[in-house]
Design a binder for this molecule. Structure first.
Ligand code: ADP
Ligand code: MG
Length: 225
């Protein structure tokens, strides 16, 4: 337990550092992007311009993922209804899902589960998982999100997709910073999601087989009134 605690503390410090750097780099980057746009008309080499632009977009994507690791003072832990939070996430991602021929189902018998959380951070975690699921189903498929109670003090959110799955050799590596198997991936989504869940005193586990990928998130229920 001691080691676990130390590990998650280390992660938190690294995360805050990453978020801080991302924040500092974003401002000069925005200025550079602005001036680059002004220069476009004067440039006669459009190929170089589009390379610079797409590389800038890539930097922005990485920064925006790192910025999700908020500074502690930006976090707001409040009592939130889990069902409505999950419904909100589904609404947010449904357009993208439908465009990719993916259906998302929520199986939930408990409408009144309350979690003490930073709403935006938890939403971000579930969005990351659903995005990965959609990206793992290029031909379309199904994602189910099942909510279960574990005793009286814990709840389980179980994500299951019908995608390409994760080979055993790779399963060990997901969640390592910058580990990605995608051409345009950042390899930051799962690392960030794990850290957020740990900051909420929860756990995350991944499984995979030929039928797809499963993710189990366990979080404490906030039972007090
Ligand atoms: P990224 O999506 O940018 O690659 P992530 O941290 O979100 O970064 O995911 C890391 C890797 O884990 C992905 O590149 C992919 O190989 C694997 N992965 C994550 N979720 C799934 C999933 N639902 N199905 C298959 N592979 C997945
Ligand atoms: Mg991802």
């Amino acid at each position: 337990t001691q080691e676990l605690l130390l590990n998650s503390e280390k992660l938190t410090i690294a995360g805050q550092l990453a978020a801080g750097i991302a924040h500092e780099v974003r401002n000069p980057l925005t200025a550079i992007k602005g001036f680059l746009q002004l220069m476009e008309a004067q440039l006669n080499n459009k190929t170089y311009f589009s390379i610079i632009q797409s590389e800038m977009d890539r930097i922005e994507l990485i920064l925006s993922e790192l910025l999700i690791l908020a500074k502690p003072q930006d976090l707001k832990f409040e009592r939130e209804n889990l069902s409505s939070l999950i419904e909100e996430v589904k609404t947010l991602i449904d357009t993208q899902a439908i465009m990719n021929n993916v259906q998302i189902y929520i199986l939930n018998e408990y409408q009144d589960l309350v979690v003490k959380c930073d709403r935006n951070q938890l939403k971000q975690v579930f969005i990351n998982f659903l995005k990965n699921a959609i990206e793992a189903m290029p031909e379309g498929g199904i994602v189910t999100i099942e909510i279960k109670k574990l005793g009286t003090n814990k709840l389980k959110i179980f994500f299951k997709d019908t995608g390409i799955g994760i080979p055993q050799s790779i399963l060990k590596r997901i969640g390592e910073p910058f580990f990605t198997t995608k051409e345009n991936g950042t390899g930051l989504g799962i690392m960030i999601s794990k850290q957020i869940i740990e900051n909420h005193n929860g756990t995350v586990h991944f499984w995979s087989d030929k039928k797809g990928t499963m993710i189990e998130v366990i979080l404490p229920i906030d039972n007090k009134q």
